[in-house]
Ligand binder design. Structure first.
Ligand SMILES: [Zn+2]
Length: 194
């Protein structure tokens, strides 16, 4: 199944790029079948590096689980975003180290060259909500209305795309730009001391 293959491929890709560590992070994709949304999401508490087709969990847009397995604890956030954004068919959530480092700081991440059509100075950051909570789902889905990526305060990153691959590419790009800004901030700090 293409949907499952896409989610598996992006899960492995983001693991190999060190965007997710251990058993953290989750990926989903959506496909419309006979007017109904079918969601494939990574399971809870399994490394994204070693997933097999049968590990992925299929649900409908209401979150009814259609296969065996337990979906990611962030399923509700994924579903809320799909409901809010008809144009989105892929969601990637990471705790990628540099971007997540910024999420724990009071510094915003700039949208540097290469982000595409949304023109804003900074990536939107939303206030801390408990991971996996209904509150997080509600806040993230409202905040992402006119965004393609969110920083979750003290937590991580949510990137969306018209495909799972696009969401994965964006999550990777966000981490790259966080790394650049970390280095640049460090160099600036050091210069002040010279
Ligand atoms: Zn998380």
């Amino acid at each position: 199944m293409d949907l499952v293959e896409d989610v598996l491929k992006v899960s492995k890709y983001i693991f190999e790029r060190n965007l997710v560590l251990g058993k953290a992070g989750n990926v989903s994709g959506r496909r419309r079948e006979n007017g109904e949304d079918l969601i494939a999401i990574t399971p809870t508490l399994k490394s994204l590096n070693r997933l097999r087709q049968e590990d992925l969990v299929l649900t409908n847009i209401d979150g009814d689980v259609l296969t065996s397995g337990v979906p990611s604890s962030e399923l509700e956030t994924h579903l809320a975003i799909y409901r809010e954004r008809e144009d989105v068919n892929g969601i990637v959530h990471t705790h990628s180290p540099y971007a997540t480092g910024f999420s724990f700081s009071n510094m915003n991440l700039k949208r540097l060259e290469g982000f595409g059509k949304i023109e804003r100075e900074h990536i939107k950051k939303i206030p801390y909500k408990i991971p996996g909570s209904h509150e997080l789902a509600k806040h993230a889905s409202i905040a992402i209305k006119n965004e393609d990526v969110l920083i979750l305060e003290n937590h991580g990153v949510v990137a969306i795309g018209s495909t799972v691959e696009e969401a994965g590419d964006l999550a990777e790009f966000v981490e790259g730009t966080a790394k650049t800004q970390f280095i640049s901030n460090l160099l600036e700090t050091r210069n002040l001391g010279v």
